[in-house]
Design a protein around this ligand. Structure first.
Ligand code: DQQ
Length: 650
């Protein structure tokens, strides 16, 4: 073990983190609930001062006090009513003040968290968790992205939305538009539960832009009897580029669950794709027993539908498939392919994606398609192989952007804190930065994901560092790179793993077993972001290299959120994935998009992605720092680091 390793990230982080939690924990135990103690501090002592010793004074004081309390309560009550009315509160009020320091009376529910226990720190950090350039509605609950499309100069995104609360329920389709996929403008709700066939919710679905330019929405309605039915909606006014009004067609429901499928196992129609027989196909997620599957229906007019005998695909043991996506990718080019055009070029592969209800992960597989889909590599089938993202990411959907001829992916990123925290914040969930998707032409077997280039328009001040040697145990603060809104690109020289005097680690490295605190030979090395000066809070994203018994060197990349927050009751999973580094790359690279409570990591030009939700309580804004670290024995060279400050879009 190198002597330098003593002063390291994991040790410092763990010790201090434990200390602070204990401190706060004792405080809570001794003094009762934090909020109550704050209230008592203000009022109680004044009754004991000499001026208020006489009964008359006491009664007068008490009535004055009671009146004051009444007025304060009424003001709070009216404020709450205002905030619950969509459109009445100014855009920033939820973020800035209203939910940042709620009083006990507003939240009478005893504080319990997913992890149990009391909060270890005050809640006022919650207001800083709202993102600045990720897509999220002004308030309330959001889940799956629905029906993304481009129409007459505008990008449209719809999404699953609860207009009434920051928890799932009463699901509608909310709607926003953008000229650049970065700055978004909210519109009125597009679809609400107002018919028997969607009375319990307007659930997920997709848009198809027909060759004549008309868009069509297909979505799942959860009926008044909780049966999942497929429905259609069309724009009321095609001349409106914002497509503000949608009309549900009188033929609804168009599809009911077929005989072998349960009433609640039939949902989320895909974008339709056009085939050479002139017919359109859609796929719908389902299950039979524990076998997850994708049904296929065909139609010429979107009104009469026929169920194909053959499934698109099925995989035993994977459970219910939600939000299926299916699209072609080019084997040669960098451009995306349009599902509303027949694929005449043979140089295409197909991608099938299913969101597995059982484990809440999005799996994709690359293969060929004729009447059904066949994965190229059965060991990389749905549920077994590749995921879009190895962190928090679900119910994603792609669309074809005809303007820039690219396929773009959106994914839903839920919170990792408690439901009560979400209620206090007044909102829950964000969408990822839209990502371009192309087939990796080198392997032909995986996708490459990258943030849309438009995101770079938000880049501001930049810090560049080059050629920094990180000895074992090194921890280097990156001056001038502090902040909660960052875009970071870094490359490390791939170390000389064949050095004769080095005994390589022959093991499977599992990110969650040691996290960034593990001490190895080649790694862990990487970046800390949203890190406090004394490292009591830090989110580590790093590499770790090990040798397999078969002589193959393996690159593991991890996103360690276990020390990201002093708060209790949040998920501390260490995410990770082993990548196949292209043999020609003599470097390892990361791109991190940091936005208050989300860190999106793109590894090696997009071979793999890891998204984490983190909730720093003190490593916020100018107190959130970036460090380079190396916790391995062997030195590592950081080649180039670029850190941009990112501006807000709201
Ligand atoms: N969310 C929707 C469903 C879908 C699920 C309901 C996936 O249609 O299957 O909000 O998150």
């Amino acid at each position: 073990m190198a002597p330098g390793n003593v002063n390291f990230v994991g040790d410092i982080g763990r010790q201090n983190s434990r200390g602070a939690e204990n401190e706060a924990g004792e405080f809570c135990e001794d003094e009762g609930h934090y909020v109550q103690m704050t209230d008592n501090n203000g009022d109680q002592p004044e009754f004991e001062t000499p001026e208020f010793k006489s009964l008359g004074h006491c009664i007068r004081f008490r009535s004055v006090l009671l009146t004051a309390i009444c007025i304060a309560l009424m003001t709070c009550f009216s404020l709450l009513i205002c905030l619950s009315q969509p459109g009445l509160a100014p855009a920033k009020s939820v973020t800035d003040t209203a939910w940042s320091n709620p009083s006990a009376s507003e939240f009478p529910v005893p504080y319990t968290t997913k992890g149990g226990g009391s909060p270890s720190v005050a809640d006022n950090y919650l207001s800083s968790e709202r993102t600045a350039f990720h897509f999220q509605p002004e308030r309330n609950w959001m889940n799956d992205p629905n029906g993304p499309m481009f129409y007459k100069g505008y990008y449209h995104i719809f999404y699953q939305y609860n207009p009434d609360a920051a928890v799932w329920g009463n699901i509608t389709w909310a709607h926003s538009v953008s000229k650049d996929l970065v700055h978004w403008h909210p519109l009125n709700l597009a679809l609400v539960p107002d018919h028997w066939y969607d009375a319990e919710g307007v659930w997920s679905g997709s848009a198809t832009v027909l060759p004549d330019g008309k868009p069509v929405i297909l979505y799942t309605g959860s009926s008044n009897e909780s049966v999942q039915l497929q429905n259609m909606a069309v724009p009321e006014d095609l001349s409106d580029p914002l497509l503000r009004k949608w009309v549900k067609v009188p033929q609804n429901p168009m599809l009911v669950p077929p005989p072998s499928i349960g009433y609640t196992d039939f949902r989320d129609p895909t974008t339709a794709w056009l085939e050479s027989d002139g017919l359109w196909r859609i796929s719908i997620g389902a299950k039979e027993g524990t076998t997850g599957l994708a049904l296929v229906y065909k139609t010429s007019d979107f009104l009469d539908w026929t169920l194909q005998n053959k499934f698109l695909h099925k995989v035993a043991g994977t459970g219910m498939w939600e939000c299926v996506d299916f699209y072609p990718v080019s084997l040669t080019g960098k451009t995306g392919l349009d599902t509303s055009k027949v694929q005449v070029n043979q140089l295409v592969k197909y991608v099938l994606k299913a969101s597995l209800d059982d484990n809440k992960h999005d799996y994709y597989t690359v293969g060929v398609y004729s009447t059904d889909f066949l994965p190229d590599d059965p060991t990389k089938d749905i549920g077994l192989g590749l995921r879009y993202d190895y962190g928090k990411f679900y119910a994603s959907k792609t669309f074809y952007d005809p303007v820039q001829e690219r396929r773009i992916l959106w994914g839903w990123v839920n919170e990792s804190d408690s439901e009560l925290d979400d209620i206090k914040k007044g909102w829950a969930s964000v969408q990822t930065i839209p990502r371009t998707l192309v087939l990796d032409n080198h392997t032909g077997s995986n996708l490459l994901q990258w943030p849309i280039h438009e995101l770079e328009s938000l880049r501001g001040d930049k810090v560049v560092k080059q050629d920094i040697l990180l000895d074992g145990g090194a921890m280097v603060k990156v001056d001038g790179a502090s902040g909660s809104q960052l875009d970071i690109e870094v490359t490390f020289k791939y170390p000389d793993v064949h050095k004769l005097d080095v005994l390589p680690e022959q093991k499977e490295y599992v990110c969650s077993q040691g996290g960034a605190a593990e001490r190895g030979v080649f790694g862990p090395f990487g970046l800390l972001v949203l890190a406090a000066n004394n490292l009591v809070e830090q989110t580590a994203v790093y590499f770790y290299l090990t040798l397999r018994p078969n002589g193959k060197w393996v690159t593991t990349v991890c996103s360690d959120q276990s020390r990201s927050s002093l708060a209790k009751g949040i998920d501390r999973t260490v995410y990770g994935i082993t990548i196949d580094k292209p043999p020609t790359d003599n470097f390892l690279s990361l791109r991190l998009i940091v936005d208050h409570s989300i860190v999106e990591t793109f590894v090696q030009q997009g071979i793999a992605c890891i998204t984490s939700r983190v909730y720093p309580t003190i490593a916020i804004e100018r107190d959130a720092h970036v460090f380079l670290f190396n916790n391995g024995n062997e030195s590592i060279t950081m080649q180039t680091l670029q850190v941009w400050q990112m501006s807000s879009t709201y």
